[in-house]
Design a protein around this ligand. Sequence first.
Ligand code: SDX
Length: 428
Amino acid sequence: MAESAEIILDGKSYPFPVIEGTEHEKAIDIAKLRDLTGYVTLDSGYKNTGATKSAITFLDGEEGILRYRGYPIEQLAEQSSFIEVAYLLIYGKLPTRAELEDFSHQITKHTLVHEDVRKIFDGFPSAAHPMAILSSLICALTAFYPESVAPDLSKEEIDLNVIRLMAKISTIAAWTYKNNMGHPLNYPRNDLDYCSNFLYMMFSFPTEKYEIDPRIVSALNKLLILHADHEQNCSTSTVRLVGSANASLYGSVSAGINALWGPLHGGANQEVLEMLQAIQKDGGDTSKFIAKAKDKNDSFRLMGFGHRVYKNFDPRAKIIKKAADEVLAALGIDDPLLKIAQELEQAALTDQYFIERKLYPNVDFYSGIIYRAIGIPTEMFTVMFALGRLPGWIAQWKEMRENKEPIGRPRQIYTGETERNYVAIDQR
Ligand code: SDX
């Protein structure tokens, strides 16, 4: 590996250190570039820029590898639980049985939200998008726990905020659905595990006992595990940037929820389902939509396809696709949208346009099929993504704080008007 990189500017040579990660990724450390040369780098969308060093998640986009704290996602999805993976991401190690029981018990104890939260709910229009409600109410937790904004919180105080957030997001998320449906809200139960409790709060009715199906609980655990972290993606980078200003964990995560809502990011899972429904309504001719996706004059994109980092199959998409087949078979559901998705995938994977651009199905392509089979409405899909991604956002925010990283403040290249004098309005 090169020890250093040499940049030659205006005839002068400048050496910059090269660093290598534990998985042999290499970077040129340009921390002193502007001081030494007066130049900055320019990299729209940060496609070539490392924002930080992190020990949480490793992914290799070329090889389709994803590991949380070194553990392959395939093993965690098959053998672990969402709360155990949350502990792994946040605290850096798999918990002992006693640690897991305590973490899970602490979360259960904090799932209740302040009754004043219900009053805020009443202020939202019933048609409000669940993500608008979720981001508002997660930020509102700062108002209910004002001490959380202190920049010098102790480990114990941060751990309490972590527990509160992990616990209350599940109740708030379920309540956004009930609010949307005009149903009575369900209060959390302390006798249920995390995923069972969420399903209970989502689907139980005062008039009809909701039977918790272990197959659905298992599928939900797997989906949440697969969404739990993904290194420096758009929403995680947002959480880190907001948190770098010493903003509270709740405020930083609320900003991340809004970034995730974007249709190019986590909002894509809702867009995929709506795209499949549009293809179905249009008669099911997938080739017509493949052509639209390739047409530069058509703004249509094949939602759920392509990825900034994966230039191979997104390993999560492979697991979710298999889980979709299993869940639908177990529940005896024959969803025509699954067949359209499979046809679309096959058509795209054999089309030069997608092959040349290394566009493969990503995590959002099949997840909606399972959410739909579970009974979760399309508008709740990105809320489910946020529920899954929360431990990753927390872990990354915590790492940024523990590493005492500086406030994020990128530079720019100015391309506007050069200096000119003010002109009185009657002279313009
Ligand atoms: C997530 O970063 C993460 O880790 C995100 C995520 C996570 O876990 O946090 O994995 C979750 O956000 C998954 C991505 C969900 N988004 C979508 O499915 C929306 C559809 N996909 C795209 O819009 C796009 O692929 C992105 C946004 C995901 C990636 O965009 P890039 O890396 O900026 O790539 P690009 O837009 O520059 O595309 C490169 C080329 C372009 O064609 P050319 O100009 O070279 O001719 O590929 C084309 C694009 O037009 N292209 C697509 C396409 N995606 C890219 N063409 C048709 N359909 C698509 N889906």
